[in-house]
Design a protein around this ligand. Structure first.
Ligand code: HPA
Length: 279
């Protein structure tokens, strides 16, 4: 697959959308149903985006849905490209660069993750406070891309003001919300028990195989970023009952509904700030 041409992809998406979105919302595994909350939806399958891997390669079709949510112009992305699928770094983070080219100022990332914090249960929602990049990969390697900074500051990868707002909204909506640290691993094999013990000692609360490359590119571009993990399972070794897939799906769907209401409130209350500018 050839590299994604960010400008060409943004031109196609922009003309299909007919508007410039303020927010990119990336939906992780099991959260695609949040697309139903978009008003006046325009659906754009990934195969219509120049340079995106074809549906056959991805396995299941990814798509964009543009429209309005919480009164804000949004672009929802169901499906993302993972390191473990063998994609290049540029492909994995292309959606963030395309969103920036479209005028997006805020990126909200969601993912499915394993709970390394023993207090976390399947179905719990976690607002990411920080992350640990253990993917042995950084999407900024290579030439500095247009609009990006060479050495972005990573002291606050997730926007503190948006985090505070999220915590306040969650409490008024009665949505239980943890705040935790996400450890990104390359996958695709799950962790061993020893690896989970190590990650826990390092300070990880949740473990997953995405999100961090996108958050790093947000920092390089000066985009506001916020991220949520949906705990789909206790990390390896933290539960002695074998994982029940049906139960995980059910709890996932329940937590997904909570997340949908929270995201709507967040979008409605979010200041229409411009990009903070590359740091
Ligand atoms: N580990 C890593 N990634 C994951 C997990 C996990 O336990 N669950 C969902 N994604």
């Amino acid at each position: 697959m050839s590299a994604v041409d960010v400008t060409a992809a943004a031109e196609v998406l922009g003309s299909r959308l007919g508007f410039s979105p303020d927010v990119l919302l990336v939906l992780g595994s099991g959260l695609s149903h949040l697309m139903d909350a978009v008003e006046d939806p325009t659906v754009i399958p990934f195969e219509d985006v120049p340079g995106f891997p074809s549906a056959g390669v991805v396995g299941h079709a990814g798509k964009y849905v543009g429209g309005t949510m919480g009164g804000r112009r949004v672009l929802l992305q169901a499906g993302r490209f993972h390191l473990y699928e063998g994609y290049s770094g540029d492909t994995i983070v292309a959606p963030v660069r395309i969103a920036h080219a479209l005028g997006v100022h805020t990126v909200i990332l969601t993912n499915a993750a394993g709970g390394a914090n023993p207090a976390y249960e399947p179905g719990d929602l976690v607002l990411l406070d920080d992350h640990i990049n253990l993917m042995a990969f950084n999407p900024l390697t290579g030439p500095v891309r247009p609009g990006e900074t060479r050495f972005p500051d990573m002291s606050r990868p997730y926007d503190p003001a948006l985090q505070e707002m999220t915590v306040g909204l969650a409490s008024s909506l009665g949505t239980p919300l943890h705040r935790g640290v996400y450890a990104a691993v390359s996958g695709p094999s799950f962790e061993t028990r020893a690896e989970v013990r190590m990650l826990r000692q390092m300070g990880a609360d949740v473990i997953g195989m995405s999100t961090v490359p996108e958050a790093i590119v947000c920092s390089a571009l000066g985009l506001r970023c916020l991220a949520f993990s949906l705990v789909t399972n206790k990390a390896t070794g933290l539960s002695d009952t074998p994982l029940d897939h049906e139960e995980v799906l059910e709890t996932g769907a329940r937590a997904g509904r909570h997340l949908g209401a929270l995201l709507k409130a967040l979008l409605a209350g979010m200041p229409a700030a411009q990009s903070t500018g590359a740091k």
